[in-house]
Design a protein around this ligand. Sequence first.
Ligand code: ATP
Length: 201
Amino acid sequence: MQRIGLLGGTFDPPHVGHLWLAETAREQLMLDEVVFLPVGLPPHKEGKAITAVSHRLAMLQLALADSPFALNTLDVQRQPPHTTVTLLPLLRQQYGPEAAFWWLIGADSLRNLPTWVQPQQILTQCRLGVLPRPGVEIEWSALETAVPGVRALVDWLDGPTLAISATTVRQWARAGHSLRYLLPAAVWHYVRDHALYRRES
Ligand code: ATP
């Protein structure tokens, strides 16, 4: 049985927090493959300014170039809505009935699970690999009420946690600061060369 980790995200930009989530999951869940799945237009970010998918894909390719992780562009290539619940059956077709799926998320995403489209349906298709995120507490009774059975499907990942998010990276850049070491080196160069996340953009 193949053990597959699925890491969906906006990756605007991809940062060390994403790679660390993937690495802890790869090691601790003994995954055969970790697949990064850039989202086309995430439903929860509709109406927000998101960097063009061409830039996000280019940055992700650079971030993953020397990594053990794979890139799957299925979601950006399909028609909206780009929901996890409809993406999972497509991934099932790709990987076959035997593969075991873990959807890899940070604790903030677990906390927000009730706001996802059909969370209960998602949980019939995968387990969740969750890395704690500093400052994020899970209110289990509320979460269980909203999404019954979720707790039993969570595999917590252990190890150091990172407070970095793409939002703070963008804010830090707009304030004119350096992003060196917050991003994989090649991504940092790309952001600089394409003047992304600048004050005037
Ligand atoms: P934004 O700040 O724009 O919402 P983000 O940094 O949370 O972005 P996404 O691309 O939206 O990144 O996230 C993809 C997944 O990676 C989410 O489940 C998110 O919780 C997780 N993730 C991102 N950064 C971290 C981190 N530092 N620790 C743990 N999980 C993380």
